[in-house]
Design a protein around this ligand. Structure first.
Ligand SMILES: Cc1cc2nc3c(=O)[nH]c(=O)nc-3n(C[C@H](O)[C@H](O)[C@H](O)COP(=O)(O)OP(=O)(O)OC[C@H]3O[C@@H](n4cnc5c(N)ncnc54)[C@H](O)[C@@H]3O)c2cc1C
Length: 467
């Protein structure tokens, strides 16, 4: 592959057989992008390539447990930023539609069904192809991109969009620790279960265990023992860019945030309204932080931010409180060190409680890793990401939390060159935007990227026609 640096803006010839935009990954991000592009006034064609899940579902919406609720209200989960009621209308069109309103927290499986049929209007239009396959390699040529599938087939296009989603933890080689998203039979009802992590995935596991009638003790551990906060009712505070101390040291930023919360409470509002008020500015705040400041935020404030920003529905919070009050769930501040097989063949979880010098061994029937998605896209790279990094067509950010992209989502190569054909959206682009893992943010990114590529395409054609 020759990455001609930097001027790859010359018009490219339209060759027959090119599939215009190849979307790698058919989870929520891939489908949101495809729908936002197909809505555009362009005759670009889209091929969505999905390796594992139902279209649109990915990890988050493949759950079948009806207790797994969206952690965002209906009015904020429409696929289209400019049509806030699109999801609500779709819900109202269902048999049980009357039970939902804009403030509802709907089951994630229901949202998966919504995303799975989001592209339906374009099936048979000649502009959309959906393929069940894994992409194992991608290469860029001056006039387009080439994607290789796991069966050796090669697709060509003018652009490719990486919507490969979350970096999943590799399965535990010892087999003693189960993954949060691995299909597994529920543990025997009386057995002790240890959950590593106390975030959103832990909530999922506890709700599923409760639903399965689990009666054994559940211990959830994390260094700080922080639990996701519950949603409440309120109204986001109005915050202007000029109010924000952009680029200020982390301590100053956190002091400003505390001040904002105080101001909200003085006005009879809550900390939620303050946090929801800065939500539209999170990427701007992140982009104005130095790498050192971002690193300090990740080390000292990110887990606090996560549990206050990514809240759970009150119904889930009540279930968690009930299990805790009944003594079925215990949250411990501790570090998970390792899992061992005991002489009796049972599993032993070895932990170090916070502040303790000695290790503690807890016999359990099951250990579930709910530490969530992994950082470092290189250490946990899929073949396609590993190939991009090896070729220098993409690079990992200094804090190793994602691939470097421009505001438009264009991949940035090792020499700092900006790709004209390779794009990335959703969690894989977290390094540039930080807050790009939830639908309300991903749909905006998808809409913007679709508009950018459509405009780029028509500009390319105009200059080709003029040439
Ligand atoms: C458990 C959980 C619950 C969540 N709940 C919410 C919520 O309630 N509200 C909210 O706004 N956000 C929620 N999120 C955040 C979530 O990140 C986004 O909502 C969204 O699902 C991200 O979608 P994605 O497509 O980027 O990633 P993923 O869901 O990871 O999908 C990526 C897809 O790409 C496919 N893929 C990857 N590599 C390849 C390849 N090489 N070839 C072919 N296919 C490939 C995978 O098979 C997968 O289907 C949740 C996340 C998780 C993990």
């Amino acid at each position: 592959m020759n990455v001609s640096v930097p001027n790859r803006t010359e018009p490219f010839p339209r060759e027959e057989g090119w599939r215009d935009v190849l979307v790698i990954g058919g989870g929520a991000s891939g489908v949101l992008f495809a729908a936002n592009l197909l809505r555009q006034d362009t005759d670009l064609r889209v091929t969505v390539i999905e390796g594992r899940h139902l279209l649109g579902c990915g990890i988050a919406y493949s759950t079948t447990d009806s207790d797994h609720l969206l952690n965002t209200r209906v009015h904020n989960m429409s696929a289209f930023p400019d049509d806030g009621e699109h999801f609500l209308r779709w819900l109202r069109g269902r048999e049980d539609g009357t039970r939902y309103g804009p403030e509802s927290f709907v089951g994630r499986a229901t949202y998966g069904a919504y995303l799975s049929c989001l592209l339906a209007p374009w099936t048979g239009s000649g502009r959309l192809v959906c393929l069940k396959a894994n992409c194992v390699a991608i290469s860029e040529r001056g006039t387009g991109v080439k994607v290789t599938l796991d069966d050796g087939a090669v697709l060509k296009g003018a652009y490719a969009v990486l919507a490969t989603g979350h970096v999943l933890p590799k399965p535990d080689p010892s087999g003693l620790v189960s993954g949060a998203w691995e299909a597994a039979a529920p543990p025997p009802p009386g057995e002790a279960v240890m959950i590593i992590g106390t975030g959103l995935s832990m909530v999922d596991q506890v709700l599923s265990l409760e639903r399965a009638g689990h009666r054994g003790p559940i211990v959830a551990i994390s260094r700080r023992g922080l639990l996701p906060r519950s949603h409440g009712h309120g109204k986001p505070m109005r915050i202007d860019r000029s109010d924000i101390p952009l680029g200020a040291p982390l301590s100053r930023m956190l002091a400003w945030l505390r001040g904002l919360v105080g101001e909200a409470e003085d006005q009879g509002a809550t900390w939620r309204d303050a946090l929801d008020g800065i939500r539209p500015w999170v990427s701007t705040i992140w982009q104005n932080m130095s790498v050192d400041q971002r690193g300090r935020f990740l080390r000292h404030a990110a887990s606090w931010w996560e549990v206050h920003r990514h809240r759970i529905p009150p119904a889930s919070a009540d279930r968690l409180a009930e299990a805790t009050a009944a003594g079925r769930l215990r949250v411990l501040r501790a570090a998970f060190l390792r899992a061992e097989r005991g002489e009796d063949g049972g599993i032993r979880a070895v932990i170090r409680p916070r502040g303790a010098r000695l290790e503690e061994v807890i016999p359990v029937g099951r250990i579930i890793d709910c530490r969530g998605i992994r950082n470092d896209p290189e250490r946990n790279a899929s073949p396609i990401i590993a190939g991009i990094l090896a070729e220098g067509a993409g690079r990992v950010d200094p804090l190793r939390i994602g691939l470097d992209v421009t505001d438009e989502g264009q991949l940035i190569g090792t020499k700092g060159e900006v790709s004209e054909r390779l794009f990335a959206l959703g969690p894989v682009s977290r390094a540039t935007f930080w807050e790009i893992t939830a639908i309300p943010d991903i749909r905006v990114q998808a809409g913007r990227m679709a508009g950018f590529i459509a405009a780029k395409e028509s500009a390319g054609r105009e200059s080709a026609d003029r040439a």
